[in-house]
Design a protein around this ligand. Structure first.
Ligand SMILES: *Cc1c(COP(=O)(O)O)cnc(C)c1O
Length: 299
């Protein structure tokens, strides 16, 4: 049996801006689920791991960039639940804090060039096609099993919210949340904040999980130049947010999420009396590669 119970409280945060605009903002602290299997990565891995166990596969193979939260999460979850793991990493061989953690958790790393990295199924076949124990996990834990775990987030709180916000990479988390809302017949409006540039494609990614397309918002203008791209303004926001709430965000996902939320409140996107839930999807690995940039921006 896998022990999968989690702790993720909902906490209200304060800001003069919220009083001014008469909104209330709550944070779902998925970042507290686990220090390394954090946030949505835990939720996305849950049914993937259960299925791997069911199929008696004990070697998890997955994919990510050199600063991938998903790689660390998979490495740690593999160690915790008794799997071997291999991470196929995009780009030339490098060392950093994130990959060090992966190795500490016993993950074997295989670096592949960016062109080969695109065809993950092909890489899996090539390197692990003959390994009876190998189990394929898509980059970021994307896919149907990932959405199942994310949908459970909605079952965990008894309050209702007018709006729900999450950061989006593959869209799996947003799709899962939409499923949870549909299942619980809630009127909560889902707002996804893509962290990539030209993220219009996310609409198809999310809609593929539903028979009829659902209504939700994709806020496309908060990518700060693209995936893992940043500006001094983003770091300054992260500092203001951390120093007024005690909650740390990362520059790749949740920094952009909360920036978008505050900006939309400023711009009167919400009607007065709105209750908003922002999901802190965790994942602070993005910070470790940016120490110099952060110091430059906030000192
Ligand atoms: C991976 C990740 C996301 C993106 O989730 P998707 O399901 O791929 O959209 C969001 N936030 C954090 C902190 C992450 O690590």
């Amino acid at each position: 049996m896998l022990h999968l119970e989690i702790y993720s409280p909902v906490q209200e945060i304060q800001d003069p801006l919220f009083d001014d605009k008469q909104v209330r903002v709550f944070v779902k602290r998925d970042d507290l689920i686990h220090p390394f299997i954090s946030g949505n990565k835990w939720r996305k891995l849950k049914y993937i791991l259960l299925k791997a166990k069911e199929e008696n596969k004990n070697h998890l193979i997955t994919f990510g960039g050199a600063f991938s939260n998903h790689l660390v999460a998979t490495a740690c979850a593999s160690a915790k639940f008794g799997f071997k793991s291999t991470g196929i990493v995009r780009g030339e061989s490098v060392q950093n804090e994130v990959l060090m953690l992966c190795r500490l958790f016993g993950m074997k790393l295989l670096f592949v060039d960016r062109t080969s990295y695109r065809d993950k199924q092909d890489l899996f076949e090539k390197h692990f096609g003959k390994d009876q124990d190998a189990y394929f996990i898509d980059a970021g834990g994307a896919g149907l099993d990932g959405t199942k775990g994310c949908a459970e987030l909605i079952d965990e709180h008894d309050q209702t919210f007018d709006h729900l916000f999450c950061a989006s990479g593959t869209g799996t988390t947003a799709a899962g949340i939409l499923k949870g809302i549909q299942k619980n017949k809630l009127k909560t409006v889902v707002n996804a904040v893509p962290v990539l540039k030209n993220a219009e494609f996310l609409k198809n990614e999310i809609d593929q999980y539903f028979e009829k397309p659902l209504e939700y918002h994709l806020h496309l203008n908060y990518h700060f130049g693209g995936y893992a791209k940043t500006t001094p303004e983003l770091f300054q926001f992260m500092q203001a947010f951390a120093s007024s709430t005690g909650i740390l965000t990362d520059p790749v996902y949740t920094g952009k999420l909360f920036y978008a939320l505050y900006d939309l409140i400023h711009k009167d996107f919400f009607t007065p009396k709105s209750k908003i839930l922002a999901i802190h999807t965790g994942g602070l690995s993005g910070i470790s590669g940016m120490t110099d940039k952060i110091n430059q921006a906030i000192f």
